[in-house]
Design a protein around this ligand. Structure first.
Ligand SMILES: NC(=O)c1ccc[n+]([C@@H]2O[C@H](COP(=O)([O-])OP(=O)(O)OC[C@H]3O[C@@H](n4cnc5c(N)ncnc54)[C@H](OP(=O)(O)O)[C@@H]3O)[C@@H](O)[C@H]2O)c1
Length: 396
């Protein structure tokens, strides 16, 4: 296949969508946000596919608020079942291979050993039910669809357990964390890199279909994962104790599988790829989360970095990045001011006023530019806000 594979990512503003964009060195990635392509709306999905004709579509769109889903089942099924079916049908109609993301929550967690792709599903909650129904629709509607089940995802660009535990520990709280649920933590950047390998193979003419589990190792409990995250985020003297909690003592709206470890035999055997080691990626992701939050609060403040607990992890590179981004902000501001002065000297009073506003707001954010079909589809960008950091139900 000549050139870079062209990949559309649906749900592109989510945690995984952002990670795919970050990993896409040898691919052209078009991330479509919820507003740019709503998977519950046939036209909204079909239009960008027809216009941009990608080599592969990655469907990372989902309604991931597990507990909220219990009282919003209709919305959940509309996105995770019907939306998945709409995307599969749209891709099948155009002969575009599809990689669809699914979850460990399709299992009931009673097997007592890691679940394989051959194991029957048995969801315990609405999230798992709707994702399992979505999987069936995708496989029924598209011959060239690969379902990728993953688990316990964490990355820098999204709300997740690692972000939440780090936040609590830095705030001086002593979180209590569920110690009797086991799973396979998966770093979003590593999953993204593996997805891109699979996408490239498809774009080069390989055929992918069926199911594959792609999750990190070693398998652990939420409690062990919390301890690992705090050990990376804080020096020993500042680490709070993390008490172990039983699921029975922490009732949640949605029941969780007690043991949703994923066996990744097909990933390693059929596809010849390796499971990511989450322990290796954890420090980088914790540092990136800290950098993101520090930059949001006070871009150039060393105190803010210290408060965010990142200065001892990666202070040098963080400060270098911040100096570079401050330089580029100042340069952009100078250009905007110059342009505003030029406009002001020759324009009407109304134009002069908006030019003056532009000059006063040099740091205002701009829309992302699209890597293909430029200017035709827009997508919001920006850091994840504190408010969007979901509180995972494994922690009290
Ligand atoms: N997070 C995990 O721990 C985990 C574990 C196992 C599997 N997975 C699966 O991995 C995939 C990616 O998860 P993630 O962590 O990246 O989730 P995420 O951060 O919640 O991102 C999901 C994205 O989907 C978008 N979305 C929601 N409804 C949509 C719609 N109707 N049309 C188009 N986009 C829509 C959301 O946009 P808005 O926010 O604007 O609505 C959001 O940007 C999902 O399939 C998920 O089920 C995740």
């Amino acid at each position: 296949m000549p050139g870079k594979p062209r990949i559309i990512v649906l749900g592109g503003e989510g945690q995984l969508g952002r990670a795919v964009a970050g990993a896409g060195g040898d691919a052209e990635i078009l991330r479509l946000s919820h507003t740019a392509a709503d998977v519950t709306d046939r036209g909204s999905v079909a239009e960008p596919l027809a216009r941009t004709r990608p080599d592969v579509v990655v469907d990372a769109a989902a309604y991931t608020a597990v507990d909220r889903a219990e009282r919003e089942a209709d919305r959940r099924f509309a996105v995770d079942r019907d939306g998945a079916g709409i995307v599969a049908a749209a891709c099948a109609a155009r002969g575009i291979p599809l990689v669809h993301l699914s979850t460990d929550h399709v299992f009931d967690g009673r097997k007592g050993e890691p679940c394989t792709e051959e194991d029957p599903v048995g969801p315990l909650n609405v999230y798992g039910l709707s994702k399992a129904a979505g999987e069936s629709l995708v496989l029924a509607r598209h011959e060239q669809a690969l379902i990728v089940r993953t688990a316990w995802l964490f990355g820098a660009g999204g709300g997740n357990f690692i972000r939440a535990i780090r936040h609590r520990a830095l705030a001086g709280e002593a979180p209590r964390v569920v110690a009797d649920q086991r799973g396979s933590p998966t770093p979003a950047p590593d999953l993204a890199a593996l997805l891109l390998v699979l996408c490239r193979r498809v774009a080069e003419g390989g055929r992918l279909s069926g199911l594959v589990h792609v999750a990190g190792w070693p398998d652990v409990t939420w409690h062990a994962l919390a301890e690992a995250a705090v050990a990376v985020a804080l020096p020993p003297a500042h680490r709070p104790p993390i008490a172990a909690l039983a699921t029975a003592d922490f009732p949640t709206a949605a029941r969780r599988p007690a043991d949703s470890r994923l066996a990744c035999t097909r990933l390693c055997g059929t596809h010849g790829l390796e499971r990511p080691d989450w322990q290796r990626s954890l420090p980088r992701i914790v540092a990136a989360i800290g950098m993101e939050e520090a930059a949001r609060r006070a871009p150039s403040s060393r105190a803010a970095l210290a408060a965010a607990g990142v200065d001892w992890v990666a202070t040098r590179s963080i400060r270098a990045d911040q100096r570079a981004s401050a330089r580029s902000r100042r340069k952009r501001a100078r250009m905007v001011r110059r342009a505003a002065r030029r406009t002001a000297s020759s324009a009407s009073p109304a134009a002069r006023s908006s030019a003056a506003q532009a000059a006063r707001a040099p740091g205002s954010r701009r829309s992302a530019t699209m890597p293909f079909a430029p200017g035709s589809i827009t997508s919001r960008t920006g850091a994840v806000s504190e408010a969007s950091t979901r509180q995972p139900a494994a922690m009290a």
